[in-house]
Design a protein around this ligand. Structure first.
Ligand SMILES: Cc1ncc(C[n+]2csc(CCOP(=O)(O)OP(=O)(O)O)c2C)c(N)n1
Length: 363
C-alpha cells in the first residue's frame, strides 16, 4: 500500500471564551484598539437589531425572520476583511457582514417584511440579494469570481452558507469549479451545529466541514467562529491568496445558533436546554468585550453609551421601515423570471387592474 494523499485541518483561535489571548502573535489590525472597537460596535448593533426584529415579528409587524444571534463574530469578521470592490453573495441570515458592507438595517426589515425593495442595497450595490434556496449563492459567487478572473480585475467574491447547506450539490459544484479554475473567491461555512432540527452529526460524516474542501482540491481551514479576531485573520489570509491568483479557500467558522432557526421554529422541541446554556458561555460578544476591557480600551461607560446609540439607530430603522409605504403590486411578479410566463403575466395584469379600483390602491 502506498499513501497517495493526506490532509490536515488547522483550527485558528486568538481569544478564549473569557477573552484571554491564547495566541499572542496578533495580526496587524488587532494591534489597533480602534479596529477592534469598530468590530465590537457592529457586533453589538447586530445583536440589538436582531432582538428588535424578533419583537417586530412577534407583534405582527414583520414576516418570518431568521435570527443571527450568536453569529456576530463570524459575520463581522468576514465583512471586516473584505474590500468595497469585492462582492458578497449572502445566505439568509448574514446581516453582520452586510451591515459592515453598507447594507442598511432597514433593508433587512423590508426584506423580511415581504417587500422586494429590501434587496436594493444603496450602499452595497454590487452585492447579491439574500438567497433562501440553500447553496445557490455559492454558484452565484463562483459566477462573479469567474467574471473577475476573466476581466483580470483584482476583486474577490465571497459567499456564506450554513453547515447543513454543505450537503447540497450546488455547494460542491461551486467549490469544484472554483478549485479547477482557481477562482478568486472564499467560501465561508457558518457551522452553527444545526440545520433547523438536524444536528451536524446526522448531517455529515466528516470530522470537520473544512475538510470538504479536500474533495475540491482547495485549502480548508477551521476557525473559532465566536472569535472575531481569528475570523478576520483567516479571512484576510484567504482573500490575499485569492487576490494573488492562488485560488479559493473554504473557511469553516465554528459557532452556535443561540436562537430558533427562524421565528417559525421552536428549537426547544428538538434541542436540549443544557446545550444552549453551555453555548451562551462561549458566545462571541463577551470575549471581545472582556479583551477590550482588560486592555483598557473599553469601559462600562462606553458600553452603556454604545447600547443607547444602538437602540436609537434601530428605532430609526424601524420607523423608516414602518413608514415605507406599500410596494408596487408589480414587484411580486417582476424579479423571478427574465421573461414572465404568460400565466403570470395574466395574473400580474389582473392584480394591477384590481389595485386601481381599491381605495388607496397602489401599483
Ligand atoms: C434547496 C433548499 N432546500 C431546503 C430548504 C429549506 N431550509 C431552509 S433553511 C434549512 C436548514 C439550513 O441549515 P444550515 O445550512 O445549517 O443553515 P442555518 O439556517 O443553520 O444557518 C432548510 C433545510 C431551502 N431553503 N432550500
Amino acid at each position: 500500500m502506498t499513501k497517495v494523499a493526506s490532509f490536515t485541518i488547522e483550527h485558528h483561535q486568538f481569544l478564549d471564551t473569557e477573552g484571554k489571548l491564547v495566541n499572542t502573535d496578533l495580526p496587524a489590525f488587532a494591534k489597533d484598539p480602534e479596529e477592534l472597537i469598530k468590530m465590537y460596535r457592529l457586533m453589538t448593533l447586530t445583536r440589538v437589531f436582531d432582538t428588535k426584529a424578533i419583537n417586530l415579528q412577534r407583534t405582527g409587524k414583520l414576516g418570518t425572520y431568521a435570527s443571527c444571534l450568536g453569529h456576530e463574530a463570524s459575520h463581522v469578521g468576514v465583512g471586516a476583511a473584505m474590500r468595497d470592490e469585492d462582492v458578497y453573495a449572502p445566505y439568509y441570515r448574514d446581516y453582520g457582514t452586510q451591515f459592515w458592507r453598507g447594507v442598511k438595517l432597514e433593508n433587512v426589515l423590508t426584506y423580511w417584511g415581504g417587500d422586494e425593495r429590501g434587496n436594493v442595497y444603496e450602499n452595497a450595490p454590487n452585492d447579491f440579494a439574500w438567497a433562501v434556496p440553500i447553496a445557490t449563492q455559492c454558484l452565484h459567487a463562483a459566477g462573479a469570481a469567474t467574471a473577475f478572473k476573466y476581466r483580470k480585475e483584482a476583486r474577490c467574491a465571497v459567499t456564506a452558507i450554513g453547515d447543513g447547506g454543505t450537503s447540497e450539490g450546488a455547494f460542491y459544484e461551486a467549490m469544484n469549479v472554483a478549485g479547477v479554475w482557481k477562482l478568486p473567491m472564499v467560501f465561508v461555512v457558518v457551522n452553527n451545529k444545526w440545520a433547523i432540527s438536524v444536528p451536524l452529526e446526522i448531517q455529515t460524516a466528516t470530522q470537520t466541514i473544512a475538510q470538504k474542501a479536500v474533495a475540491a482540491g482547495i485549502p480548508g481551514v477551521q476557525v473559532d467562529g465566536n472569535d472575531v479576531i481569528a475570523v478576520r485573520k483567516v479571512m484576510e489570509d484567504a482573500l490575499e491568496r485569492a487576490r494573488n491568483g492562488d485560488g479559493p479557500t473554504l473557511i469553516e467558522t465554528v459557532t452556535y445558533r443561540l436562537s430558533d432557526h427562524t421565528t417559525a421554529d421552536d428549537a426547544s422541541r428538538y434541542r436540549k436546554n443544557d446545550e444552549v446554556e453551555n453555548a451562551w458561555k462561549t458566545e462571541p460578544l463577551i470575549r471581545i468585550r472582556n479583551y477590550l476591557m482588560d486592555t483598557g480600551a473599553w469601559n462600562e461607560e462606553k458600553e452603556q453609551a454604545l447600547l443607547k446609540e444602538c437602540a436609537d439607530k434601530v428605532d430609526i430603522a424601524v420607523e423608516n421601515y414602518l413608514n415605507l409605504g406599500q410596494p408596487a403590486i408589480a414587484d411580486m411578479f417582476d424579479y423571478m423570471f427574465a421573461e414572465l410566463p404568460l400565466s403570470l403575466q395574466e395574473q400580474k395584469d389582473i392584480a394591477i387592474e384590481a389595485a386601481k379600483h381599491r381605495v388607496g390602491g397602489h401599483h
